[in-house]
Design a protein around this ligand. Structure first.
Ligand SMILES: [Mg+2]
Length: 418
């Protein structure tokens, strides 16, 4: 633990509100304080929580847990419908409170921000005091139930990693001297940015722990993930400040030219369901939500003479989601059953945004009711979701195991279509 004062880093602070939506409700509704609380976008047994209070987390309930399952785990759980406007207003109150003691460098989402201390507070001890002041300011100015964890690191990325080390109300440091030993305990998927897909790549090269990841040289990392991504990841975990690349992908799609036995209305529907399931799985693996579903079906042309187009494309926008069970009823609502001999089905999840930006988009939306109305209309059309899943299962073997594979993903157009 050699520390050289001349080489002391300037510290970055990453502030992460603890169980933010649940904490807001506990702040403004006294009867919820100290109780297990789950926040849902709309009251419906099929919905998953978008936040859970720490009291609920003690029962194994977390973001994504379905209401029915949560009731099994904790019969006393209080289910609360989200109030995005309240969270948004509280967010601005939090920023004002923080700015009284430290400059907010970047707001990452409704409950996360990066703080850059002033130069005269660049020593760790001073930065830590600053972190404490930030926590106090939020508690006094906004509310005692609004707690946050603050991470300290030589880069915004490592500060974020640090903020995850201790919750709630943590003040955790990842210093250059701590690298990499202090992070050996992290599972690969504990790292912000490592999803299931990236984890699988590590596994394929025999890397299963953070310690093994740190043993990789930059050339090795470049080999595993391709030049730019691998090099960037190497620099990030070693504490360098690396600018995040803009999100380049805007859709995840699958297309399939139907095998002859699937060139029926039911066959096309079944394939569409399975394509959607696969696309949604990839969306989740890659750490994205989507805000739009596009589906198209092409049939054999009815008339070469008239050139009549025997195909259709439909798309719809909705609140960010990455859940198959939310997307399947949406697909059903778009579906047109009027092509007798379909030959190609295409599905695309569009307007995709990184998971970390999802709460931001919630808070950006001035209409409080957007999520509710979207989910409502989906639920009205939903019926029994299991019927839809069964439809997808019909084509599962065909799409997943038959020799006719998935078509390639949609080629990425140069711009966003409207
Ligand atoms: Mg948080």
């Amino acid at each position: 633990m050699m520390s050289n004062a001349n080489m002391s880093p300037s510290w970055w602070l990453h502030l992460d509100m603890n169980a933010y939506f649940a904490a807001c409700e506990q702040q403004y509704r006294e009867e919820l304080r100290g109780r297990p609380v789950g926040i849902v976008p709309v009251i419906s047994e099929n919905t998953g929580f978008i936040a859970a209070s720490y009291e609920a987390k003690c029962f194994g309930i977390k973001t994504g847990t379905r209401i029915a399952e949560a009731r099994r785990l904790c019969p006393d759980i209080r289910i609360v419908e989200a109030r995005p406007r309240l969270y948004r207003e509280t967010h601005f109150a939090i920023i004002s409170a923080v700015e009284k003691v430290a400059p907010v460098h970047e707001v990452l989402s409704v409950d996360e921000m990066v703080i850059r201390p002033w130069k005269n507070e660049s020593q760790l001890s001073e930065a830590l005091r600053l972190g404490q002041k930030v926590q106090d300011a939020i508690r006094y100015d906004v509310g005692e139930w609004l707690s946050c964890s603050v991470g300290f690191g030589p880069s915004p990325f490592l500060a974020k990693v640090a903020s995850d080390l201790q919750k709630p109300r943590g003040l955790s440091v990842v210093s250059p001297e701590d690298l990499p030993n202090k992070l050996y305990g992290l599972k690969l998927t504990d790292w912000p940015g490592i999803g299931k897909r990236m984890e699988a790549r590590f596994h394929a090269t025999g890397v299963f722990t953070s310690e093994e990841m740190y043993q990789l040289t930059m050339p090795a990392m470049r080999r595993i993930f391709g030049g730019i991504v691998g090099e960037r990841w190497y620099r990030l975990i070693h504490g360098e400040r690396v600018a995040m690349p803009p999100v380049k992908r805007w859709q995840i799609g699958h297309s399939n030219v139907l095998a002859p036995e699937f060139r029926t209305r039911n066959g096309a529907w079944s394939v569409a369901c399975r394509l959607l399931e696969k696309a949604a799985e990839r969306l989740r693996d890659d750490g994205y939500h989507c805000c739009r579903l596009s589906v198209s079906v092409e049939g054999l042309s009815r008339s070469r003479e008239t050139g009549e187009e025997n195909s259709w494309t439909k798309r719809v926008k909705f609140a960010p989601t990455n859940r198959t069970l939310t997307l399947l009823p949406t697909l059903r609502s778009l579906w047109q059953d009027d092509i007798a001999k379909p030959i190609q089905v295409s599905i695309a999840l569009q307007d995709i945004i990184p998971d970390r930006d999802v709460t931001l988009s919630l808070f950006d939306d001035p209409s409080e009711d957007r999520i509710e109305t979207t989910v409502d209309s989906i639920n009205r059309k939903m019926g029994r979701g299991t019927v839809t899943i069964a439809a997808a299962l019909c084509s599962k073997d065909y799409l997943d195991h038959a020799r006719i594979p998935f078509g390639p993903p949609h080629p990425l157009p140069s711009g966003r279509p409207e």
